[in-house]
Design a protein around this ligand. Sequence first.
Ligand code: ADP
Length: 449
Amino acid sequence: PRDTVDVVVVGSGGAGFSAAVSAHDHGAKVILIEKEPVIGGNAKLAAGGMNAAWTDQQKAKGIKDSVESMYKDTMKGGRDLNEPALVEVLTSHSKGSVDWLTEMGADLNDVGRMGGASANRSHRPTGGAGVGAHVIQVLYDNAVKRDVDMRMNTRGIEILKDDKGNVKGLLVKGMYKGYYWIKADAVILATGGFAKNNDRVAKLDPKLKGFISTNQPGATGDGIDVAANAGAAMTDLQYIQAHPTLSVKGGVMVTEAVRGNGAILVNREGKRFVNEITTRDKASAAILNQTGKSAFLIFDDSVRKSLSKIDKYIGLGVVPSADSLVKLGEKTGIDGKNLTEAVARYNSLLKSGKDTDFGRPNLPRALNEGNYYAIEVTPGVHHTMGGVKIDSKAEIMNAKQQVIPGLYGAGEVTGGVHGANRLGGNAISDIVTFGRMAGENAAAYSKKN
Ligand code: ADP
């Protein structure tokens, strides 16, 4: 029958699609549901890149990196509060996940730097186009090719279990069909985070009350309630990340890759105040300390040309530009004289090879080519680190640390992978690796049951 399968996947972000494709390829009959009318979740919006270590793409560019270095950076970025076994999975499978996507048609050949990384390991399409939209497109095309049953406007409501506590299916609500059951031996929750739900966010971290968010409307966290009702334990819910650079005028997130590729941050007084590519928590706190609780990303045409995404921001009309820094100051209210000095100082530090002012570890290019640009930015709620507790097989656990048989979780709905703070570029890596793993393990489990 139509509504009886081996595996149901809840959510159509990167974790959900990776799980659905992988479960299918491991022999399972799959239904994927999505409560919103469109696919892709927040994953579709991800702009930075996909972190992975020691890949063919890095080797082709002569970049030296290692799984250990990615592991160390991830733990440090998460303030050592990450679950080590999960970070081990994230980092040791990262190359495999890049290869898996590449075999399915993805282009992850551009490799750039993101905050908190000690090497260039953020993989994205050639020219620096949005990685999330590309990865979702590739996964979607592959799901279509495999004839995966995908149902939009369909919300996962409640996990069905038998009297032994084994998962037997999911109660869903279709926009047109209303409530109905999907019978399945395994359910994979890939429902994303709750950054768009400010009530939930502010209860857990009152400092973030009233903050705008970078997330899509579906990022409300109802998947967390579905998991909790099925007995899932939660972890790290209090760790909520602000992304440091949301465009004040456009309300859109400006990817960290703009800084990674060479932009600096200055305040209204025209002065640098932070290592631009420090971790997101530190960069956000530093921006909130400046006059007007905002700051400006400053870059030139060479940075603009290095990242095609920047033309999208320019197209939104939120990026004033001028042929001199003094004029840019006049247009934006930044002190132009100080700004000119700050850029000259930055260029001289770059020449010396060391940022002795703020300790920025990568100094990719001087800012002295053609037009100059400014984007006013402020932090917005971006990622929720906490969520359901999983083990290193993506099995969801209860409060007694026992696996709930047949229940799997992957992606932002889970907690533990990123500790107290997620590094840019680790989300796409997380959702693909744990999504694949959840799919494979759920398929194997369903065969035994
Ligand atoms: P990840 O990055 O972990 O894959 P995303 O935020 O990209 O997460 O995707 C999660 C998707 O799950 C979103 O598209 C969201 O609308 C969807 N979703 C959330 N809760 C439910 C639910 N209860 N039923 C169906 N889909 C859901």
